[in-house]
Design a protein. Sequence first.
Length: 244
Amino acid sequence: MKLLLFFISHWMLSGFAQTFFLHRYGSHRMFTMRKRWERFFYLFTFITQGASYLNPRAYAVLHRMHHAYTDTEQDPHSPAFSKNVFSMMLHTYKVYSDILYRKNDTGSEFDQNVPEWEPFDRFVAKNRWIPLGFVLVYLIIYLKLATRLWHWLLFPVTVVMGPVHGAIVNWCGHKYGYRNYDNDDQSTNALTVDFLTLGELYQNNHHNSPGNPNLARKADEFDIAYPLIRMFEKVGIIAFADYS
């Protein structure tokens, strides 16, 4: 039971870091925040994603490429050009690595107004020992808390949780579900599994209005992360941008 609580907590916190900071803030600038809060959420994302920490600048550029080239061969993660979810993840990782290390000028046209903390990124995002340290911590937790053999099936997901979140969103959100809008792409709203991604699987809605901080549109749709984001706005942590 304790291990499941750890896994679920890790999943939700990591997912929130991805949807709130990396996606809605870093990639789309749906809202603004003061530098000290940006640094706070930088650290929050690093701690919650751990071994699978995704560099905010590289993530933002990658995601902007996804919107610019949605469901074409230039899309860094489209099911339309991948045999399965694993080949899509490998392709995404290659493009992400090229952006992170600024190889071949990949995505340079989308590399403006992105969150960047160069000393921290240099020490953390490009240091291969730090992910191994997190893996060791996870291993100790599993050795102490795992009481069933099947519990260890969760271990690889814990290690690569950030990319797993992204894979669920980009595979399911462009392959299964329903459509509210004709966006000239394959984006869908995969409502049945949206609770796993805190609103991220309203992909059809999001691609129709990329700057809208509320990813739900209809009365029977609910963006799980949005009420917390609204609370952040009410207490002055963020200020919503004009997305009209």
